[in-house]
Design a binder for this molecule. Structure first.
Ligand SMILES: [Zn+2]
Length: 170
């Protein structure tokens, strides 16, 4: 995926010896290019906000399906219960929310005071907001109006408009 390959220059190289607000730190012994990759993987998969988002996505997939990073990063449809185009929407919403969740952590005045549960909740709120934004942008009658009323993540209302249907994990 082009975005992933080009995202190496995302502008977040951390200073040596610094850590993510969640406590994660790249390997100090790794070359700089590797550290950038480690940071990108962390932000989009293992950081507090990203972890909460992928748990929320996993919760809406069949139990037999294990969500892996490549399914989100490369927009690879993981199961037939989610329409391919909707999976793209979910992945892009997730990646956007993961990035914004990290921004929230970095903008917190006292980074040491960030509670993981709060960041996780805010991150899932960002995912919900991105999905709601997509549904709202589709207008009164969407081209996805045949999704059905129980399609995970985004479903169709009887009137043809879309609604977010995201079950949250306990
Ligand atoms: Zn982190």
């Amino acid at each position: 995926m082009v975005w992933w390959e080009q995202a190496g220059g995302h502008g977040w190289p951390m200073k040596r010896g610094t850590a993510c607000p969640c406590g994660w730190q790249h390997s100090a012994a790794s070359p700089r290019a590797t550290q950038v990759l480690q940071l990108r993987e962390h932000v989009f998969w293992t950081c507090t906000g990203a972890s909460a988002i992928r748990r929320a996505i996993q919760h809406n997939l069949p139990v037999s399906v294990q969500l892996l990073s490549r399914h989100v990063w490369l927009l690879k449809q993981r199961c037939q219960t989610v329409r391919k185009e909707m999976w793209y929407v979910v992945c892009l919403a997730a990646l956007t929310a993961m990035l914004r969740a990290r921004g929230l952590m970095l903008s917190t005045p006292s980074r040491t005071g960030v509670e993981p549960a709060v960041v996780g909740t805010r991150a899932v709120d960002l995912l919900l907001a991105a999905l709601k934004d997509f549904a709202a942008c589709q207008g009164g009658v969407s081209s996805f109006s045949d999704l059905g009323q129980s399609h995970p993540f985004v479903c169709a209302r009887p009137n043809g408009s879309l609604a977010v249907l995201l079950q949250l994990p306990p």
